[in-house]
Write a protein that binds this ligand. Structure first.
Ligand code: MG
Length: 277
């Protein structure tokens, strides 16, 4: 495999974008997905500075990850109530928020808006289903005006449910950020087989590992890349098979020294797997 195909990336925080970009540079990684810069970084001058710094360090920000105030990943009922666009009480306000994130991405020259939209109902007759479809249509149309794609993080529902949802939204700039570990953490699907269903929609991926929960209704546990049950080698092989050439973005949802070590280990592993014939 030629160099430059499937570059390595890493998920970073937008709380202090310059420090985060510094971290990416210290890993010698060339792409990143960044969460929306914190409010004090949203002035024109400071966004210019983020853009300039990324350019100087030769780092490409491949997507902007949207979050919303009040989201909580404590357990599945809490996620259902608080995360993304599922809860109709917050949906309208959050759609407007995504519009503003799209504007920020445009300022930064980022072409993908990415989000967990919440659990997509399995039943298309569920009262929340249609509202979610309409919300995504509005978001996709808004982002299209800014020449952006919208990328849904996978794994909180079965691949088939997500692919039907994407068909129902019916917008060409809508795809997925495929996170194989989430499929296990939420006990939703088989991460490798899911790529058969969702492969054509893949805009980005998270290289993350994990194991299914021990008891139904709970969340599984995240592991360092290569130590969980995803089967990272099979995952990378499958990405090659479907012709994916985008970044392999490492996501390690812990903090501190251990996170740094795990990211470097993950980078080493991915380099080896991506370059394997
Ligand atoms: Mg993820």
């Amino acid at each position: 495999m030629k160099n430059g195909i499937m570059p390595i990336g890493v998920v970073i925080s937008g709380a202090d974008p310059l420090t985060s970009l510094e971290k990416v540079a210290s890993f010698a990684i060339s792409t990143c997905q960044m969460s929306v810069p914190s409010e004090q970084w949203q002035s024109k001058a400071r966004m210019e500075l983020i853009k300039k710094t990324a350019k100087e360090k030769e780092i490409r920000i491949t997507s902007l990850i949207c979050g919303f105030e009040g989201e909580n990943y404590r357990d599945i009922p809490t996620i259902k109530r608080t995360v993304g666009l599922l809860n109709p009480a917050m949906r309208g306000k959050r759609v407007l928020k995504v519009f503003s994130y799209s504007g920020i991405a445009a300022e930064l020259g980022v072409e993908v808006i990415q989000a967990h939209i919440g659990f997509i109902p399995e039943d298309r007759n569920d009262p929340d289903y249609e509202g979610l479809v309409l919300a995504l249509q509005k978001i996709a149309d808004y982002c299209k005006e800014n020449n952006q794609s919208v990328s849904l993080e996978t794994g909180q529902e079965r691949a088939l449910v997500l692919s039907k949802f994407i068909e129902d939204v019916n917008r060409l700039n809508l795809g997925v950020n495929f996170d194989p570990a989430n499929m296990l953490l939420y006990d939703a699907d088989d991460p490798i087989k899911a790529l058969d269903t969702l492969g054509k929609y893949v805009i980005g991926v998270h290289c993350k590992d994990g194991k299914r929960p021990e008891r139904k209704g709970e969340l599984g546990e995240e592991y360092p890349l290569g130590e969980g049950d995803v089967g990272i080698e099979k995952f990378i092989d499958k990405l090659k098979e479907i012709g994916y050439t985008g970044p392999l973005t490492i996501e390690r949802e812990i903090s501190g020294e251990k996170q740094m070590r795990d990211i470097l280990q993950a980078k080493k592993l991915l380099k080896k797997l991506a370059n394997k014939e």
